[in-house]
Design a protein around this ligand. Structure first.
Ligand SMILES: [Zn+2]
Ligand SMILES: [Zn+2]
Length: 84
């Protein structure tokens, strides 16, 4: 499980806590004050501008096959036949 990394709101010390500590009050090891561990930040998906040339649907980074129309961006053509 990934750790949450955050900054102490009181002393700005960079801290890490296991994900299961989210929402719990801990003692900051730097300033010894009680702070609440924030919820983990969801990993931001980069806007890649990756789009299906066939139908214009936005595709996630690394996705080469459009699930909407079956267009394969690497091959440059529709490969799926079960979209009819
Ligand atoms: Zn602190
Ligand atoms: Zn498409």
């Amino acid at each position: 499980m990934p750790d949450i990394s955050f900054n102490c709101p009181l002393c700005s010390q960079q801290l890490e806590a296991p994900e299961e500590y989210a929402g719990q009050v801990i003692e900051c090891p730097a300033c010894q004050k009680e702070i609440t561990v924030p919820a983990p930040q969801p990993v931001q998906k980069k806007a890649t501008g990756n789009k299906c040339p066939g139908c214009g649907t936005a595709l996630e980074e690394g996705v080469v096959l459009c699930m909407k129309c079956g267009f394969h961006t690497k091959l440059g053509k529709k490969i799926a036949t079960d979209f009819q």
